[in-house]
Write a protein that binds this ligand. Sequence first.
Ligand code: TLP
Length: 359
Amino acid sequence: MPQGSVDLRSDTVTQPTEAMRRAMAAAEVGDDVYAEDPTVARLQARLAEMTGFEAGLFVPSGTMSNQIALAVHCRRGTEVILPEGAHIYEYEPGAMALISGVLPRLVPAPGGVPSAAAVRAAVRRSVHQAPTGLVALENTHNGAGGAVVPLESQRAVQAVARDEGLPVHLDGARAFNAAAALGVSIAEVCAGFDSVSICLSKGLGAPVGSVLLGSRGFLEEAHRYRKLLGGGMRQAGVLAAAGLVALDTMPGVLHHDHARARRLAEGLAGLPGVSLDLASVQTNMVYLTVELDGHGAAEALAARCAARGVRFNAMSPHQARLVTHHQVDDAQVERAVEVIREEAQRLAERRPASVGEAG
Ligand code: TLP
């Protein structure tokens, strides 16, 4: 990254640490499509043990991991109950329809948390409707600002699903962030699910990869889908080695990212035309609602800040997302606050008369 620049686009932008690079260079490898890569096997076993599952499957991405889970759990033509804003629906470009032939049934999820009653009401059984095949939660919930789904809420939804005879999947791309925020073990966050997908390449900082966790039988079928989708990575131990270092070194430092996100949010509170909900800043994300400059205000603000080296994403015309990670330090947070404040002020001053105070 050029000096003075701050990359808050995502926690996916991190570079592998020196320890990861050393482990990658030294990794013992084999052909993982034959399940012969010892480093991949160690990573899978390690995360399975940490989360309380029978087994794990190393896959190239969180998207593939979620999509394999859907493919294994669901029959074609069934519905998947998802919290509104779910990554599986919003950001996995229609894969659920294309790969598994399943439909999304979105339920309201204030703060990322769907109520058990809403999930129950969304279950479909009638001959006139697509039957429900799966319930999927997301923790932390990216679309809800990285909000943490409380364990009691997860348990309430799992109880409904069990009662209805439905499997439950967790998109736990940032499950370690949830564990850090709740002060519980990763096993507690993963308890009660039939499958969980965990990303190594988000806050944990590994360059590539996710692990899909479940029962041995589930993962045998998942292994077939991974190959079918082109996710058989052969000597993948070079990547899994970085994942093992990530598991050893990163979960214990995620709270620093959370503290920096809070500092960022506090520094940006009260700006003209920019609002944020401090209560929603629970992990490493800050969502801003940008009402400056008419349509595409978030993009306008993002572009102006990017020109000064502070990068973040516009997730929709009026929503900007800032994500902290282990390569964002305190000085970078201060710099980001300064640049975003200045640029928001400038945009506010240029605001057209029809939108508000004339500039
Ligand atoms: N999310 C990315 C973008 O796709 C939005 C990001 O920058 O946050 N589940 C969740 C909850 C995610 O946030 C993501 C990545 C994934 C799954 C998919 O992971 P990858 O990018 O490895 O396919």
